[in-house]
Design a binder for this molecule. Structure first.
Ligand code: ADP
Length: 640
């Protein structure tokens, strides 16, 4: 195909240049024409490494030539000028003159960004100077354009003939002319799903809704694969009755670009998905050499953690500071500055006021890196650590309490041991005084020595209780579980309580109701006796003169057995029932004349639980109480 031979007619060329100009404007993304012209001049001078001149009208209507900054002289070019009349909204705003370089490499390097403009330019130039050196340059540009996947087309709407489409077919791998050269034939290659939108884009332009026709669609290549084409064009000739007659434009293969875009958007979607499941907020923060900061990225969870929208923060980084507690702002800024200067990891804990009220603790951590322009960018995350801090405080408190408890238990255990030794000596000598016949005591002295001994024994039993309590608390009390026949146990315990019961005029007896003599519990014999004595002693102690204490043993279901200690004593107030099993709780008897330490029931319950049983109490004030110990049943062993 010879581009010179296909040079368009005069008005056609002007329209092409208009398209080129629009494309140039789009490329530079500027709406202000004067500004665009200057930018275009600089950009083209740099890109082409050639002289570019601009003839424009200033605001006073005077015509001025602007010349590329690098070149003060504005003489005749070696390879000729390409002159581009520039229009804006169909009004001429000036002329751009380019001295094109002869180097193909230079031309090709700048083709990609300026494809649409150059595609039209070359047609114009070919028409202006056919057969000249510039025409060779045009051929070169044209083939370079095709090399990067862009070609120009020319559609005669009336005949449906598509000019230059042979080349387009070749680029898709079809032999030239195989599919015909009509728009209708071309449409057969467009993906059916894109055809309707393609036609709609054309109609919008034809009806004047869009100044340029533009559409990206899939087109089938000869190998059966779909390629993405970006098409731009404009109707350049009209019939007198307003029907479009001719349209020109360019096509670019954007398959690779599109694949990159898809990959990019998939990667971005993946990042968003990951960020949504990360408990904290991911971010990229940048600070320029002047110390101005901005967020380049923040994940969606920002709103949930900070109560600030991601959009607000991306727009203005100071939105973050506005929720940081005022007294925490300076230390935070200082920590960022330190990290920026030393390029050291940033980690900072600060408080925020969320939604104007609730105070939350947040940790920020990020890694800085120096960018090519001297700025510093951090990638990192924020995390709300309020709950973690609270848990940590509770954990620290629990550890401290456990340590204090251990210290108390150790102290009690050591003190009990230390007290027992001298106390045993006191008791031993008191007994010696009582029984020493070689030096018999007078009656008064004997009474006093007995008081010393009894008080000592009481003290010893209290120390014994304390030791038990500390052993239970430290988990060092060893039990030996074996079948314990309960009738035997009761008959062993009753005599031990008898003296005290007689003294208080309380009658203690086993229930007359018949029970199975072979009933036995799986328990530690010594400790179960201690439990029973404790309950019996309380039943007598908190009784009334003439009262009774009754013992009952009964099976509980098929695998348990219960020992009831029933008294007709003073009873326990309902509000005290929940407390009496706690150490040192004596209920109404706190400070009363009835002696006690308040640890007997606590030891009793712990012992029962260690033997896999439970203890229950039922009581009516003024009527009496029933303590029931339920233990796993065991086959009765022979009475020892
Ligand atoms: P202590 O008898 O040394 O005070 P305990 O731990 O044995 O300690 O008992 C705790 C409290 O439970 C007693 O002070 C008393 O108020 C109440 N209590 C225990 N047993 C009885 C009972 N059988 N009748 C009435 N109150 C009792």
């Amino acid at each position: 195909m010879n581009p010179a031979a296909r040079a368009p007619e005069g008005p056609h060329a002007a329209a092409l240049l208009s398209i080129a100009h629009d494309a140039l404007l789009d490329h530079l993304n500027r709406s202000d024409a004067q500004h665009t012209l200057r930018r275009a001049l600089d950009a083209l001078s740099d890109l082409l490494a050639c002289r570019c001149a601009l003839r424009a009208q200033d605001s006073g209507g005077r015509v001025r030539w602007h010349i590329g900054a690098a070149d003060a002289a504005f003489g005749a070019p070696a390879h000729g000028w390409i002159v581009l009349p520039l229009t804006r909204l169909d009004q001429g705003v000036g002329t751009l003159a380019l001295e094109l370089a002869a180097e193909p490499a230079q031309v090709a390097a700048m083709l990609d960004p300026l494809q649409p403009a150059l595609a039209a330019l070359l047609l114009h130039d070919a028409q202006a100077q056919p057969g000249t050196g510039a025409a060779n340059l045009v051929t070169m540009i044209r083939s370079a354009l095709e090399g990067v996947g862009t070609f120009v087309w020319d559609w005669d709407i009336e005949s449906d003939r598509l000019g230059d489409i042979d080349r387009g077919l070749e680029m898709l791998g079809y032999p030239a002319g195989a599919q015909g050269i009509t728009q209708r034939a071309w449409n057969c290659l467009i993906h059916p799903d894109d055809l309707q939108a393609n036609h709609a884009a054309y109609l919008r332009h034809a009806r004047g809704q869009d100044s340029v026709y533009e559409h990206a669609y899939r087109i089938k290549a000869a190998d059966g694969r779909w390629r993405w084409y970006l098409e731009r064009g404009r109707i350049v000739e009209w019939h007198a009755d307003g029907r479009p007659r001719r349209m020109v434009g360019i096509q670019a293969d954007i398959t690779a670009k599109r694949a990159i875009e898809v990959e990019f958007s998939q990667a971005a979607a993946r990042l968003e998905k990951i960020a949504r499941h990360v408990p904290g907020v991911l971010f990229r923060f940048e600070m320029d050499t002047g110390g101005a900061g901005r967020f380049g990225y923040v994940s969606e969870r920002l709103g949930a953690v900070f109560g600030v929208s991601a959009a607000a923060l991306l727009h203005d980084a100071a939105a973050l500071y506005s929720v940081v507690l005022p007294q925490d702002r300076k230390p935070m800024a200082e920590s960022i500055d330190r990290s920026r200067r030393k390029l050291s990891e940033w980690r900072h804990e600060f408080r925020i006021l969320r939604d104007g009220g609730a105070m939350r603790w947040v940790v920020g951590a990020a890694t800085p890196q120096r960018e090519a322009d001297g700025s510093v960018a951090w990638h990192g995350h924020f995390e709300d650590v309020t709950e973690m801090r609270e848990l940590e405080a509770v954990r620290r408190g629990a550890v401290a309490a456990a340590a204090a408890n251990r210290a108390k238990t150790e102290f009690l255990s050591r003190m009990s041991h230390e007290l027992r030794t001298p106390l045993n000596a006191v008791l031993g000598f008191a007994q010696l005084l009582e029984i020493d016949r070689s030096a018999p005591l007078a009656e008064t002295q004997r009474k006093r020595v007995r008081l010393i001994r009894e008080a000592g024994e009481h003290l010893l039993s209290m120390i014994g209780d304390l030791l038990d309590l500390t052993r239970i608390e430290s988990g060092s009390l060893a039990l030996q579980l074996a079948p314990v026949p309960l009738r035997t146990l009761v008959s062993e315990a009753l005599p031990l309580i008898q003296a005290e019961a007689d003294q208080r005029r309380v009658r203690v007896a086993m229930a007359s109701a018949p029970y199975a003599p072979e009933l036995a519990a799986l328990a530690d014999r010594t400790r179960l006796r201690q439990v029973l004595l404790n309950l019996l002693s309380n039943a007598v102690k908190y009784n009334r003169p003439g009262g009774t204490v009754e013992l009952r043993v009964a099976p509980e279901g098929s695998d348990s057995v219960t020992l009831h200690v029933i008294d007709s004593g003073v009873g326990i107030a309902p509000e005290d029932l929940g407390q009496i099993f706690e150490p040192f709780q004596r209920g109404v008897h706190e400070g009363s004349r009835i002696e006690g330490t308040g640890i007997g029931l606590s030891i009793t319950r712990s012992l029962v639980q260690l033997m896999n049983g439970r203890i229950d109490v039922q009581s009516t004030p003024g009527v009496g109480s029933t303590f029931s110990v339920t233990l796993p049943a065991a086959a009765a062993a022979a009475t020892p």
